[in-house]
Design a binder for this molecule. Structure first.
Ligand code: PRX
Length: 677
């Protein structure tokens, strides 16, 4: 390194220090309680909500509160009735009945008409460092959306038709969602890292007519062929047409003449104007498959008016979005977080956001922090698993960059432990920014528990209170409400918030059984929780067979199903093992048809098989070949015992009622169980 460059580096470091220390303090420490923080006067001044009494007011008239929020959006026709619920079937509820709304109109036209057409809707940051970021204004996005919407109409897509979207994080992803919304078509997004088989299952179940995909994308410097997977996903399904975005010229794809259309060609001569299809508020905006407790992912159905109302107000209030903000939600649009806070939320508010194509660690562990610095990100929203990965990588990475633009930090997807919370708060936020821990689910559509940035308090591991106008309670197994301080099942009381799911696609019985059967008249989240100081809620995690692997939702049953399809596997049991970075990782106990076939090669083969059936997010961390797994007398796998073995719990619980108690001793040896915790 030359003397000149050493001096330049020193000056840069000095600049970073100075600007860090210049950052506004958005929080203050509680004078008495350690690790409890409150909004500072600056934050209260800037916040949309800073009066704690609004909680009580909203709760006094929940319907009135939500109607007021919905009134901030554009309705082609105002609703006749705010809320209706079938007294005998609580899951049959509707919001804004008779209202006519269009989600794309609210995310685009509303802002353009207000003179914000030249405002940047999003900055797209490609993964390759030599590719330049692209700014897309609201007017430009509108034009793109309309061209695509018109092209889709020509392919015969109408209101209510399902459209599969299998795209990476590129600008066309946002445009595709909104193009569907523009014409009243229902989008059904599949995460781009999911396999072709996963696409196929979801397209078949949804009876989708069209798939929008890309030829590929960049991941850790390499172009990946997505079209190959999309071809698997389309085969044998009702999909008639495939629109393919040309993300890169580096990938040559297989082309199905007559069925495949290049995105740039099909939109080229289309008009940039397209009438909005104003749909009834309760009409479906999208469906999104998520893992339940059984082997098959379920298609969660969301409506239009209610969903958009909650996406809008939670994005606005919880991230305190203003015109000078640069909001960055790091989640992929393949997940609900990307739908709500990478598209509908910030765009309905009219905010500017950042869309990032790549992996957090490419070309190095400083990439995200460089993005924050270069684009002056003010609100960063990410998952604890990413935070833990950065803790492991070391403080030197974030310390290289000036992150004094940050104002609010958000967390989502799994419980955040105290260490990760404090590191995020101190090292990323410079002890200046509140950490807003947002609890919600694919099913709730938008945040339902969190702390408002202008109200506080911000306490590590504690999500906060029910969002304005949302009422949560804790229940005991017996069905009674839990006494204060006693942990319980987290459930929402009616009126159910507007963003809530309206069903499981084509499966009402499953909808009722999954969410409405354990307790009468309330929505069962399948999460455990407890009330803590200040009446805040700490969510402790799932109480069913759903795992959170690196923040991704995965069911043990889904993984077992996939593994059981391998020809050498007779049966399998999957349980989560706590993991310092990923939160949880899947551990497999596999029973082979022929025990002599057990080998390391077979393990590798099973991992590959999982990649093919689900995708790399579901990769097992360990596979044990065993001869038996504990079962009840009725033949059900006792995962509780396997979980205890994996966690090395001192007490495995009663094993005498098992069909095959003797297998437990053998399993102890296999996993190296000592019972030492
Ligand atoms: O267990 C809860 C956990 O994630 C589950 C929902 O997962 P998914 O539908 O993939 O949606 C993730 C993004 C909203 C919940 O049932 N979860 C989500 N956020 C939190 C959380 N657990 C604790 N704290 C959170 N903030």
């Amino acid at each position: 390194m030359s003397a000149v460059s050493i001096i330049a580096t020193l000056i840069k470091l000095l600049e970073v220090r100075v600007s860090m220390s210049n950052g506004v303090k958005w929080v203050t420490e509680d004078p008495e309680k350690k690790n409890v923080f409150w909004p500072s006067e600056e934050m209260k001044k800037k916040a949309w909500v800073s009066d704690p009494n609004v909680y009580e007011e909203a709760m006094k008239d929940q319907e009135g509160y939500w109607a007021k929020v919905a009134g901030e959006l554009h309705w082609d026709k105002k609703w006749d009735k705010v809320y209706e619920q079938n007294p005998d079937k609580p899951w049959e509820f509707k919001w804004f009945l008779g209202g006519k709304i269009n989600a794309a109109y609210n995310c685009l036209d509303r802002h353009i008409e207000a003179g914000k057409g030249d405002k940047v809707a999003f900055v797209w940051v490609p993964e390759p460092v030599d590719e330049k970021p692209v700014e897309v204004t609201y007017a430009e996005l509108n034009k793109e959306v309309n061209k695509l919407a018109n092209a889709m109409k020509k392919l015969g897509i109408k209101k209510g038709d399902r459209v599969g979207i299998y795209l990476p994080m590129i600008p066309e992803m946002v445009a595709s969602l909104l193009a569907c919304a523009r014409i009243g078509a229902v989008h059904n997004v599949v995460f781009s890292a999911f396999s072709g088989e996963s696409v196929k299952d979801r397209m078949e179940d949804a009876e989708a007519k069209l798939l929008i995909t890309a030829n590929g994308y960049f991941r850790r410097g390499k172009p990946l062929d997505l079209k190959k997977n999309a071809d698997v996903g389309v085969e044998g399904t009702p999909i008639e047409n495939v629109i393919v975005v040309e993300r890169t010229k580096e990938i040559e794809v297989n082309w199905n003449e007559g069925k495949d259309h290049w995105y740039h060609e099909i939109i080229e001569n289309e008009s940039g104007e397209c009438e909005s299809e104003f749909v009834e508020s309760n009409d479906m905006l999208f469906m999104l498959y998520t893992s339940g407790t059984t082997g098959k992912p379920k298609g969660i159905v969301h409506d239009t008016g209610g969903y958009l109302t909650q996406a809008y107000i939670t994005a606005k209030n919880n991230f305190n979005l203003h015109d000078d903000d640069m909001f960055w939600c790091t989640a992929d649009v393949g997940w609900i977080t990307g739908h709500t806070y990478g598209c509908y939320g910030p765009l309905s508010v009219g905010a500017t956001q950042l869309v990032f194509e790549g992996a957090p660690n490419y070309p190095d562990m400083g990439r995200w922090w460089q993005v924050v610095q270069d684009h002056k990100v003010t609100v960063l929203y990410t998952a604890p698993t990413a935070i833990r990965m950065f803790i492991k990588a070391g403080d030197e990475w974030p310390k290289k960059y000036d992150m004094s633009s940050l104002r609010i930090l958000g967390s989502v997807g799994e419980p955040i432990d105290e260490e990760a919370w404090l590191w995020y708060f101190r090292t990323i936020g410079g002890s200046r920014c509140p950490v807003i821990d947002t609890y919600w689910q694919t099913e709730t559509g938008a945040h339902v528990i969190n702390t408002l940035p202008g109200v506080g308090p911000f306490v590590p591991t504690v999500a906060g209170r029910g969002f304005l106008g949302i009422n949560f309670s804790l229940y005991e197994e017996a069905g009674n409400e839990a006494e204060p301080g006693v942990p319980g099942f987290l459930a929402m009381k009616p009126p159910f918030s507007p963003g809530m799911l309206r069903g499981i696609y084509k499966n009402e019985q499953k909808f009722i059984d999954t969410y409405w059967s354990r307790f009468k008249g309330v929505y069962d989240t399948s999460d455990g929780a407890r009330f803590t100081d200040y009446d805040l809620i700490r969510v402790t995690g799932r109480v069913d067979d759903v795992m959170k692997v690196a923040g991704h939702r995965l069911s043990t049953g889904e993984l077992e199903n996939a593994i059981n399809e391998h020809e050498l596997v007779r049966e399998s049991a999957v349980v989560p093992r706590p993991d310092k970075i990923k939160g949880e990782v899947p551990i497999v106990f596999a029973l082979l048809r022929d025990a002599s076939k057990a080998s390391d090669d077979l393990k590798t083969e099973i991992v590959k098989h999982v990649d093919k059936m689900i995708g790399p997010t579901a990769r097992p961390a360990e596979i044990y070949f065993v001869e038996d797994v504990p079962k009840t007398r009725s033949g059900k796998i006792m995962r509780r015992i396997l979980r205890g073995l994996i966690k090395n719990e001192p007490n495995l619980g009663n094993t005498t009622t098992l069909l095959n108690p003797e297998c437990v001793e053998h399993l102890k040896e296999v996993v190296g169980y000592t019972g030492g915790g």
